[in-house]
Design a protein around this ligand. Structure first.
Ligand code: PMT
Length: 363
């Protein structure tokens, strides 16, 4: 066994599986079996950030940034292209369809109004005070009807399976289980890994059982914040690396499937610009190529946090291509109305189809 596969095996044997694992595996099995029988392609789409708890009875945790926008939006475009979608998402992050209303700046009640307000003194059917109907305001009706119809179709045809996770451990156990359930699909299976996955965690043997009390934190000799009132106390968190599971996924859990990962880049620093002459785009390209070399999967989609809604970089063996939203003046830069996922998903599907025509995936 290689070092990396040893650390991955150790991760699974030393961390407890989530209590939901048997139920989620059974749901994934029924979903995959159903769609396999109907010759429908299935995409496993991961979305949202994983957490790293600091205590077993968790009060505090470290989080990974992701609202779930990329994942929830992409899921809708995959559904519109005939794919069945397993949506492995961070609990309470954005969901397909409800995303249009759930996290908007308005409260969802702002979409509604009363209709048929009954005059004073009139009675309702039951003899009590009459209640007006609650309806969607006219200006939202057309768009909501369109979302509602797509949502109902996905539900009636069992095209969308929602499976939540919270911690990085529950994410990894569930990812592995679903990947194994999807093996029967061969290269009809697609993995679209948009979740932001923790790189560091607290191993179980170092995890506190209950909330870490400030009184239990030891004094340190290094200086505390002046005037902070905490004396010399510091909470030092000692994290281990989470093994990279992409290699396992590619080589063992889903060897025939098409695998697409995302790579997030931060804007470059002034230091980088002055001393290396690199730009955020060139650093992103380098990181995407490194990921492709290391894991030998099919496609890495690079995105920079500040511009991720307007442009992404498709990197595959031997080529790199920007996918950008056009503006009304023909330049790139983005438009509020067109979602970049409406360009990303068809580009991914085009590559999946090419792979299907070419036979089994070549890693
Ligand atoms: O939801 P939004 O707010 O719209 O944000 C979307 C996004 C910016 C989070 C998304 O588009 C994105 O970039 N997701 C990937 C972020 C990420 O985890 O990058 P990474 O460099 O940490 O990991 C790269 C790949 O390695 C990922 O596909 C991940 O699945 C994999 N990985 C990561 C950690 C780990 N321990 N094992 C892994 O296999």
């Amino acid at each position: 066994m290689t070092d990396s596969s040893t650390s991955e095996s150790h991760y699974f044997s030393s961390n407890p599986p989530p209590a939901t694992l048997p139920q989620h595996t059974a749901q994934a099995n029924a979903f995959v079996t159903h769609h396999h029988a109907h010759s429908r392609r299935v995409v496993l789409l991961t979305s949202g950030g994983t957490t790293v708890p600091l205590e077993n009875q968790t009060v505090r945790f470290i989080d990974n940034f992701s609202a779930g926008t990329r994942g929830a939006t992409s899921a809708e475009y995959f559904l519109s292209q005939g794919y069945a979608v397993i949506f492995l998402h961070r609990q309470f992050s954005l969901l397909p369809f409800s995303r249009h209303y759930s996290h908007s700046t308005n409260c969802f009640l702002d979409f509604l109004s009363e209709w048929g307000r009954i005059g004073e003194g009139e009675e309702g059917e039951d003899g009590g005070a009459a209640t007006p109907d609650v309806v969607v305001k006219a200006k939202y009706r057309r768009e909501m009807l369109s979302v509602l119809r797509k949502y109902r179709k996905a539900k009636e045809q069992r095209l969308l399976l929602l499976l939540p996770f919270t911690t990085v451990t529950s994410y990894l156990f569930t990812l592995r289980a679903i990947a194994c359930e999807m093996r029967c699909l061969g290269n009809e299976a697609l993995f679209y890994l948009a979740a932001a996955v923790s790189d560091f965690f607290v191993p179980p043997d170092r995890m506190a059982e209950h909330k870490i009390q400030s009184g239990d934190v030891p004094e340190t000799t290094s200086s505390a914040i002046p005037g902070g009132g905490g004396g010399g106390k510091k909470l030092v968190v000692d994290l281990d690396p989470v093994p990279k599971f992409l290699k396992r996924l590619v080589e063992q859990w889903a060897p025939e499937a098409m695998i697409v990962s995302f790579k997030a880049g931060a804007p470059f620093s002034l230091y980088t610009m002055l001393f290396t002459l690199e730009t955020d785009s060139s650093i992103l390209l380098k990181k995407c190529n490194q990921s492709l070399d290391r894991y030998a999967h099919h496609l890495v989609i690079g995105n920079i946090l500040a511009t991720r809604k307007y442009e992404v970089l498709f990197v595959e063996e031997g080529s790199a291509q920007w996918v950008r939203l056009p503006t009304s003046d023909g330049n790139s830069g983005g438009s509020e109305e067109v979602e970049i996922e409406s360009l990303i998903v068809p580009e991914v599907i085009k590559r999946h189809e090419k792979m299907l025509l070419g036979g089994a995936a070549a890693h």
